[in-house]
Design a protein around this ligand. Structure first.
Ligand code: FES
Ligand code: FES
Length: 154
């Protein structure tokens, strides 16, 4: 079946044999967006996070068939290499990446946080990212980068 989606402000059509297929597969395999990562596939690590109508959601457990009519934003939709989002720039400036696997989720979760709270405290940043896993242990730099982005965007 064909399913219509709105991804990064553009209409796209994806194909799925089963409407229960995870949105993540459609984004990566059909739309060619590799910002969202497959980590656990169980909604537990955050690597696949996207914004759905402005809220951070785990695309590995969202059925693609339920996504019509929603505004989906991926890491690619936040900014571009020439015009990065303040979060993307701050992660570069703070060198907050080791292997990079978790970073899509960290940035997307932080983007949702900054939309709701433009000047979060360190505690609020840590609480918002508590369910995003990073096996490399770059948490301190990630928190610094989000703080920096909140200052850049202010
Ligand atoms: S891959 Fe979706 S939460 Fe881990
Ligand atoms: S930078 Fe490697 S998992 Fe976070």
């Amino acid at each position: 079946m064909k399913i219509s989606l709105n991804v990064n402000g553009k209409p796209v059509t994806v194909t799925a044999d089963d409407p229960q297929m995870p949105l993540l597969y459609a984004l990566r395999d059909d739309v060619g967006l590799h910002g969202p990562r497959f980590g656990c596939g169980l909604g537990q690590c955050g690597a696949c996070t996207v914004l759905l109508d402005g809220k951070a959601m785990r695309s590995c457990v969202m059925p693609v068939g339920a996504m019509t009519g929603k505004k989906i934003v991926t890491l690619e939709g936040l900014g571009s290499p020439g015009k990065p989002h303040p979060l993307q720039q701050a992660f570069i400036t703070e060198q907050a990446v080791q292997c990079g696997y978790c970073i899509n989720g960290m940035i997307m979760q932080a983007a949702a946080l900054l939309q709701a709270n433009k000047k979060p405290s360190e505690q609020e940043i840590k609480a918002a990212l508590a369910e995003n896993l990073c096996r490399c242990g770059t948490h301190l730099r990630i928190v610094r980068a989000i703080k920096r982005a909140s200052e850049l965007a202010a």
